[in-house]
Each structure stands twice: as structure tokens, then as C-alpha cells.
Write a protein that binds this ligand. Sequence first.
Ligand code: NAI
Length: 256
Amino acid sequence: MKLLNKVVLVTGAASGIGKTIAVEFAKEGAYVAVNDVSKDGEATVEIIKKIGGKAVFCQADVRDESHVTAMMDYVIEAFGKIDILINNAGVSIRKNIIEAGEEEWTKTMDTNLKGAWLCCKYAIPLMIENGGGCIINIASTHSFRTQPNHFPYQSAKAGMIALTNGICVDFGLKGIRANNISPGFIATPLAFDYLNEFPNREEKIQKIKSAQLTERLGTPEDVAKAAIFLASDDANFIYGANLIVDGGRSIYQKTD
Ligand code: NAI
């Protein structure tokens, strides 16, 4: 067990990648604080309890500072400390720069980037008090290489990379280690919402597969395994990395 007795807070853990990270961390011996804005996070807690793990549900909107401070208080009350924070909560609205409205900018930036900052703002002092901690920001391959109509998602995700660097530079010497994971296409409800926008969904899936160096689609477990590594002591010399989990898609220049 790589995370025995560690306390992890996973945001957006009612669904997809966050839900799987929460369950896989519990299997590694971590106590899990499951956050989500949706009540469905309770089901993640139930799954963890069924496999003999310890988990609590913290329903909170990461965009709201008062929710985030209450959530931190709740995690401390439940588990006494926070060792690992995983900023995973995210939404994606696909427009271009001209089409996007202020409301869409605010929702996307606030959920993905402001929410991650607020969780860091209130978790880092608790981690320092406890001798240190680890932060993993779930960014995206869109943070460095994007596609049409992914604004302002790619801007929020690019901001997360800079946020990670800032955490390391400001608090690395105080025991805080932060890294990014940039998933490519991962089969989750968010990703399938995106696919549903295409008239020929199956054709789009084939195109995604053929843009990778493996024919299978990425799974939430692929991301969870990367997160377990980055959160474990095996990674304790790694600061500010961006671990790309995309089946090779972002390095592959197809020649036909
Ligand atoms: P998902 O839609 O399955 O899960 C996202 C979760 O975040 C949901 O449970 C949702 O309720 C929660 N959430 C949304 N707004 C919130 C808020 N304000 N406060 C708290 N929770 C909130 O999405 P998925 O695919 O699991 O994505 C998770 C993360 O991974 C996101 O940050 C996403 O941008 C990122 N990502 C996903 C990729 C994919 O292909 N699925 C690729 C690259 C990055």
C-alpha cells in the first residue's frame, strides 16, 4: 500500500476521473475526503466503504470560498490532517474566443482554475502545519496543445500549469510538492458529452484512437495510477512536472 494512512481530498469525485482516483487511493490505504458539488459524491463514499476503506463526503462548490473553508474544516474534523489534495473538479464549455460569453468564461475559469487556487489557498497552511503535503492538479493536454472550439477550457488548464509552478516556488521549501497530470481523451461522462456533439460518434471515437499510439481509449484508472505515483514517496524528488497520460497522442505527428 503506497498511501497508507495518508489523507487525500479529491475534488469533483462524484464522477469520472475523480471518482476513480478516490476509490484507487482508498485501495492504497488512504483516507478519502470525497468532494463534489453534486450529491452523487455520496455514492463514491459508499463504494469506498464497501471495499473496507474510510471516506467522508464533503459537498461543496469549489468556486465558492466559504464552501472551500467549510470543506477544509470538515476534513480536519473527520481525519485530523490533509496530506494530499487533488484538484480535479472541472467543466468544459466548447466555444471559440468570439463566441464565448462572459458567463461561460466565468464558469469555466472559476471551476477549473479559481477552484483549484481556493483549495490550495486553504489546504497548504494545513499541510505545512502538519509537516508538508502533496498537490496534484488535473490539467489537460489542452493546456499546451489545443483544438478548435476549446475556449476558455484550454486557458483555464494552461493556468493550472502555472499555478502548480507557483505552489512549488512559493512553498516547496516548506514541504509542499505539486505536480500536474495532463490527461488526453479519457472515457468519462465529460468526454462522452463532448463526443455526443458529433453527428457520427463512432467515427469520432475511431479518429481519436487513430491519433494515439495505442488503440484503446484512456480510462480513469490510467489517470488514477499516475496520481498514485505522484502522491507516493516514489515521487518525492518530483516538483512541477506535467505527467502526460494520453496514449501518445500529443507527441504523434501522423504522416498519412
Ligand atoms: P466528469 O464530468 O465526469 O467529472 C467532473 C466532476 O466535477 C463532476 O462530478 C462534477 O459534478 C464535478 N464538479 C463540477 N463543478 C464543480 C464544482 N464547482 N465544485 C465541485 N465539483 C464540481 O469529468 P472528468 O472527465 O472525470 O474530468 C475530471 C477532470 O479531468 C476535469 O478537470 C477535466 O477537465 C479533466 N480532464 C478530463 C479529460 C477527459 O478526457 N475526460 C481530459 C483532460 C482533462
